[in-house]
Design a protein around this ligand. Sequence first.
Ligand code: ACO
Length: 168
Amino acid sequence: MSSITIRTATRDDIPEIHAMLGELAEFEKLADQFVGTAEQMELEIFDRAGGPEALVAEDPAGDLVAYAIYFENFSTFLCKRGIYLEDIYVRPAYRKQGIGKRILSKLAEIARLRECGRMEWCVLDWNQNAIDVYEAIGGDVLPDWRIVRLDQTAIADLANKSPESDHG
Ligand code: ACO
């Protein structure tokens, strides 16, 4: 859809990106885990160095219809940085119009400019629609990797066990 513009997000976009993030959390049936505030998101994207970056898709009226949040990671095997896509979300009325693929293409352009070795992201195993889109753009869904996560409590517990810990 050519009337949609894909651009880098600005501070003014934060409330709407945060709202769409809530929509994605609902879609993924993970709304109970969505506790981050718009203020915290603004801080991490715009006020802390090396933080996440965001793209948005805007309609001619200036309303946001999609977003992506990504950051740079690193592959030791390639000895190259990469792009990690944290979220991509297109509002329901705008899906299947090529916007998601345009955002992913824009990200690939960014990855190429930064001489990245990889782009990677996670997808829930039941989200077949998204998996189909990712495979259609050349993505491999890796069958043999699992996500390992420590929540804030587990981080604190583990940090306290460090002999080098200031608080141990
Ligand atoms: N007419 C009809 N179909 C079209 C047109 C058109 N003009 N343009 C594109 N399509 C087709 C594409 O060919 C594609 O189908 P195919 O892959 O089977 O060929 C399909 O529509 C989807 O492509 P896009 O339109 O580019 O994708 P969309 O804009 O719908 O975005 C996304 C895909 C992001 C998955 C969207 O469906 C969405 O937000 N879903 C809900 C949230 C979600 O699942 N997010 C991803 C979670 S994983 C993560 O965040 C890393």
